[in-house]
Ligand binder design. Structure first.
Ligand code: FAD
Length: 364
């Protein structure tokens, strides 16, 4: 993990703000990480992946998140795609797709639609079967990493049930339209994916399709949530480092900012936020690695706690740096925009609150 983290540090260098402003990651960076298996850290070695535990993968994700949330978002999407294949695909699909995803091919996960955001039971994209061919029609929006993806994992309705369809980007009938000017994670390649009577062989249905839509959604989201949670811990680490560095070096009223008690309180809050997020992530990863009964709740808790702390913590970091951080391209300004989005994705704060409240109410 340490060697992989050092390699990513080297690869990103001081370029993350430039990528953010350009709204684009260099394709070779994404491919290089993918080919090294670093976008799919938990895929087992038999499929060519590093086979790391969730705890190791999480620490690595936090490191990438501390450098560049756009790159971390692409990593989350790829990992989520691989996890979905591993969980829902049949053995032939796993043997075909996973080695591709660990060696440089890229994938994105397309669930959301214009009328299906928080409520994914409203998915309208549909798949129909005609002989040995399927036809897929629908419209997906805000698909992270879509601009870089070779494959889309598309959630669709299949009769009364659901299905995840593996769609090559170059299949006739697929159109990718970039989201213009996203608030944050600007280089994460968000796009709409339009599917107009896309015809594919039946083995494009993961596990043959006809699974409950709720199962498909919860499978993919479990990985996405824990990955985002660790990414938020990374945002907080970067913010702590920037705020502490500034509070030591900048003097006002004859002393370093950090020696003014109100600024010191900001630093305490920020460091606490990073520690709390990390502990919540560590607990979720332990549950993941042990397949503990508490896993689902632990993952939602980690995502909720980490995203909220990241959003508030990034705002605190901007406050400590004040004018020094108040410009586009500064690390804390980028963190401020990126972190806000983490409260929306992979289950918004409100969706997490509903799940956690259900959990609280169901306890004796
Ligand atoms: P809505 O569902 O319209 O909700 C609006 C507000 O109402 C939210 O605050 C929500 O929490 C609240 N709300 C809704 N219902 C309730 C309720 N019952 N009780 C209380 N509050 C409620 N989708 C993908 O499929 N793949 C991706 O890779 C992907 N990446 C994304 C990346 C980014 C940066 C963003 C912004 C979005 C991404 N999405 C992706 C879409 C994302 O999953 C949705 O934005 C998210 O699920 C919320 O849906 P919505 O935006 O339609 O909001």
């Amino acid at each position: 993990v340490a060697a992989a983290a050092a390699a990513v540090t080297e690869l990103v260098g001081d370029r993350a703000s430039g990528w953010d402003r350009a709204g684009r990651l260099p394709e070779d960076v994404v491919r290089e990480l993918g080919a090294a298996g670093h976008l799919t850290a938990q895929v087992p070695a038999r499929y060519g992946g590093p086979g790391w535990s969730s705890a190791d993968s999480g620490e690595f994700t936090a490191h990438v998140g501390s450098l560049c949330s756009s790159l971390r978002s692409v990593m989350t999407s790829q990992g989520m795609a691989a996890w979905t294949v591993e969980r829902l695909g049949d053995p032939d699909q796993a043997s075909d797709l996973l080695p591709r995803l660990t060696s440089g091919d890229t994938a994105a996960v397309a669930f959301s639609e214009p009328q299906a955001g928080s409520d994914l039971s409203a998915i309208a994209t549909s798949v129909t079967v005609d002989g040995d061919t399927l036809s897929l029609t629908g419209r997906k929006k805000w698909v992270t990493a879509a601009e870089y993806a070779d494959l889309f994992l598309v959630a669709a309705r299949m009769g009364e049930d659901g299905a995840v369809v593996v769609v090559p980007r170059n299949a006739p009938g697929v159109q990718v339209r970039p989201v213009p000017d996203p608030l944050g994670c600007r280089a994460a390649g968000h796009a709409e994916v339009l599917l107009d009577d896309v015809r594919l062989p039946l083995d494009s249905l993961l596990g043959g399709g006809r699974q409950p839509l709720s199962l498909l959604v919860t499978t993919a989201l479990a990985y996405g949530r824990i990955s985002v949670a660790w990414g938020c811990a990374g945002i907080l680490r970067a913010c702590v480092s920037a705020a502490v560095g500034h509070a030591r070096s900048r003097h006002q009223f004859g002393r370093p900012l950090g020696q003014h008690q109100l600024v010191a309180r900001h630093l305490a809050d920020l460091w606490t936020a990073e520690q709390v997020a990390t502990r919540a992530c560590e607990y979720a990863s332990r549950c993941w690695d042990e397949n503990a009964p508490d896993l689902v709740t632990a993952v939602v808790l980690a995502k909720y706690v980490s995203a909220g702390h990241a959003a508030r913590g990034a705002a605190t970091a901007v406050q400590v740096l004040a004018s020094a951080g108040a410009r586009d391209g500064h690390l804390v300004a980028r963190a401020y925009r990126d972190a806000k989005l983490m409260e929306i994705i992979e289950g918004s704060d409100e969706m997490c609150q509903l799940i956690l409240a259900d959990h609280a109410l169901s306890r004796r």
